[in-house]
Structure formats: C-alpha cells, structure tokens
Write a protein that binds this ligand. Structure first.
Ligand SMILES: Nc1ncnc2c1ncn2[C@@H]1O[C@H](COP(=O)(O)OP(=O)(O)OP(=O)(O)O)[C@@H](O)[C@H]1O
Ligand SMILES: [Mg+2]
Length: 419
C-alpha cells in the first residue's frame, strides 16, 4: 500500500472513532520521544490509550504498523518505514478540524486482550479455516454430536444487529424429545458464555416485564437488548409472554401496559429457545425462528457412542469448556460488517430465485428467503470477510437440511455459468 493510501486509511479510521484519534496522538507522542519512559523497542498495545484490538489488527493488516520486537511479555510496534510522522500529524489535525461526528467506543470496549489469540485467528482466516465449523465445536464440548444444532446456535450468537429495517438477528428454536441436551446446550451458553438466561421458574416479571404502580419492571427481553438470550422451556411461559417474544424477535421492542398508557422498551435480542412441545405456539411465532431444530432421542448405535465419549471425558475439562476464547472471538467480530459487492448481490438474488423455481415446497414465505440472506451474511461475518455467493449455498444447506443435494449442485453450476 502506498504512503498516501495509508494516510487515507488513518484519516478514515479517525473520522469513525474518537478513540482512534487519541490512539494516534499517543503513538506520535511516543515516536517523538515526548513520553516519560522512552521505550527502545517501540510501543506495546498497552501503552496506547484508545488502541483496541480492532485498530491494532487493522493497522497491521494495512502495514501501517510493523512488529519490531517480540518477547514472552508481548509485542512491540513501530510505524512502517515509509510513513513520515509529519504526514500522520497533519492528517490527524485535519480530521480534528473537520469536527466530524466520530463515535466514542470507550476504552471499556477493549478486549480482555490476548495478542496470541488474535494472531492465531488471523492466521486461521488467512488459511481459510471454516470458522462456523471450528467454533461451533466449542459450544458445550461435553455435549456429544449435535454438530448441526451447535452450528445454528453459533450463527445466532454471531449474527448482526438490525439496520435500515433489515433484521440481522438470527433466532433458533430447539424442540422435541426430553433429554436431548437442549438445556445442556442452553445452560452452557448462560453459565459459561455469559448470555442472558430465562426460565419460567426463575422469572417473576416474565419475558416482557410489567408495571407495578408507577414503576416499570423490565422483563428478560429488554434486559437482553442487543444481546443473546436463552429461554428454557418456552412452552411453559404464558401466551402473553410468547406474544411479547414475537414482537421482540421481529420488531425489536416490547410493549408494557401500565394503566391507560403503555411503554415501549427496546428488546433487540438474538433468541435461542428450548421447548418440549411447540403445538401451542402461534404460527406467527414459529415463522420468526430462522431455525427450528427437532431434536430426537438418538438411535442405539449413536447412544452407545455418546455414552462412550461421556465416560472418556467424565470429570475432565474438555478443550473449549470454559468458552473464553470463543467469547473473545465473538467480541472481536461483533462490530465487523461484511461488505456485499454488487456482483455478489446480483448473484445472491439469482441463486435464491433459482432455488424457488426448483422447489414448489419452499414457496410462500418471503421471511424464510430473507433468512437465507441473513444466514449467508452471518457466515461472512464469522469469517471476517466480504460476502461471497457461496455463502448463500451454504446458508441454503443449513436452512433446508433435507434438501436434495443435487439441487445445490445445480445452483453451483448455475453460479459458474452466470460468472
Ligand atoms: N448428546 C449428548 N451428549 C452428552 N450428554 C447428553 C447428550 N444428550 C443428552 N445428554 C445428557 O442428558 C441429560 C439430559 O439433557 P437435558 O437436560 O439437556 O435435556 P433437555 O433436552 O433439556 O430435556 P427436557 O426436554 O426434558 O428439558 C443431561 O445430563 C445431558 O448432559
Ligand atoms: Mg430441559
């Protein structure tokens, strides 16, 4: 990247985030020797206020920073050789004078930081590791098998927020036979990964909340605004709660009635729910789940295999059990927005149209077709890259697991022909 391009990147970053302006000013201060304890090796991430993992990763990717020294305590950085300090200084002054509305991310947004992880992930992405497959295996590793369920749960956790009226959030419903690990997965998400949990036994204000005199007691959904929530035994909640859930899933808010008025609270949650029976669920509610997974008691061979693996790891911590690295990864990709190149956008439409043509059975629900786009977008987000048409085929396979494999081949061929 040429020097001018690098300066442009710095300006672009500073226009977006106030903290990045701070970070660059501190870097310049260090480089010009104006700090108390000049560091012969350059600076480490911890020296710079406002330096986030995202910023560090971007600066290294664009070769604005280079790594100059590495020790077991961490890494030290310095500016790339072709970058004159004066040019950066001028660029930052210019951005400052523009008085742009850059957002403050706040230092608390920095990760519980581990540069070793970041480097490992970046290498994995360069190697083209499928991050959906990789990370889904770390969702409650004590639960054997159920790869598909774990993948769709991960998609929900990684899914984007809503934007311009398009829902980015992915919702998952696990239902079916007792003892099929619904609570084992959901409980792990709550207790280990730290998502919000709701159960009819523990919640006294229900999912939406209620009004007691003048005070509003928000339920679980508004509390979980912009986060993921696991609702155990959704069939045991009241009809009213399930209606509130429906509004939160689609509209991203709940309405609490207080006397003659009502209060709207934001509740843009990613919903993961478990239930035994869904026969009393309104079709509108079911329609809002991108994935509905029917869990069945395993067959005899599978059961024997599961028990063998349970015994093998009995009272042992399996890799990923504490979920720390997954949690950090999800944090790292949280605000990443995959680009959607124009030609990819066109191809996505063509592929979904062809898919509709091939299947009378999938006709009739536009919402389900939006799910395809949403899931494909999340796959790109999990892999921290722009969207590809292939993501749509992957999304179709996940959303329609019983679809005849030949159809995916036809879509693949079509994709090749249109290109
Ligand atoms: N695939 C599996 N691997 C490991 N353990 C499993 C598996 N399936 C079930 N179990 C174990 O079986 C027990 C019952 O599972 P769990 O309570 O999660 O079921 P559930 O689907 O929530 O059932 P219910 O519908 O009755 O609430 C747990 O101890 C769980 O760890
Ligand atoms: Mg259960």
């Amino acid at each position: 990247m040429a020097e001018n391009d690098k300066i442009a990147v710095i300006k672009e970053l500073c226009r977006k985030k106030e903290d990045y302006v701070t970070a660059f000013k501190e870097i310049l201060k260090i480089i010009k020797g104006e700090r108390e304890r000049p560091d012969q090796f350059g600076f480490s991430m911890y020296d710079i206020r406002g330096m986030s993992v995202h910023l560090l990763s971007r600066l290294r990717q664009d070769q604005i920073l280079k790594c100059t020294y590495e020790s077991n305590k961490g890494k030290w950085f310095w500016l790339a050789d072709d970058l004159p300090v004066e040019d950066i200084e001028r660029a930052i002054e210019e951005v400052d004078e523009e008085q742009c509305e850059n957002e403050k991310i706040g230092l608390q947004n920095q990760l519980p930081y581990n540069i070793g992880w970041l480097e490992k992930w970046e290498q994995m992405l360069r190697d083209g590791v499928d991050m959906l497959e990789y990370w889904s295996k770390q969702i409650n590793p004590k639960v054997i098998g159920l790869e598909y369920v774990k993948q769709v749960v991960l998609l929900s956790l990684a899914s984007a927020g809503d934007k311009y009226g398009d829902r980015g959030r992915i919702h998952v419903l696990m239902y079916g036979d007792p003892g099929t690990a619904k609570s084992a997965i959901g409980g792990w998400l709550v207790h280990t990964l730290g998502i919000i949990g709701a159960s009819h036994r523990t919640s006294d204000v229900g999912l939406t909340g209620d009004a007691r005199g003048d005070t509003i007691a928000p339920g679980i959904l508004p509390v979980a605004n912009e986060r993921a929530v696991y609702i155990d035994e959704l069939d045991k909640f009241s009809e009213k709660d399930r209606y509130g859930l429906l509004e939160s899933m689609e509209e991203g808010e709940v309405i609490i009635h207080a006397g003659k008025t009502h209060v709207r609270l934001p509740a843009r949650c990613r919903v993961i729910a478990g239930a035994n029976s869904i026969k009393n669920f309104a079709p509108e509610l079911l329609d809002r789940f991108d994935f509905k997974v029917d869990l069945k008691i395993p067959g005899i061979d599978e059961e024997k295999e599961i028990i063998a693996q349970i015994v093998e790891a009995w009272r042992e911590a399996k890799e990923g059990y504490y979920g720390e690295e997954l949690r950090a990864y999800l944090e790292w990709i949280k605000s990443y927005e995959p680009k959607i190149p124009d030609e990819v956008r066109k191809m996505i439409a063509i592929l979904i149209q062809a898919f509709i043509d091939m299947n009378e059975a999938v006709r009739g629900s536009i919402r389900k077709k939006e799910s395809i786009v949403r899931v494909a977008y999340t796959i790109a987000k999990l892999n921290r890259r722009a969207m590809k048409a292939e993501d749509v085929l992957h999304a179709i396979r996940l959303l329609y697991p019983t679809i005849n494999g030949g159809q995916v081949t036809i879509l693949q061929t079509l994709m090749g022909m249109v290109r």
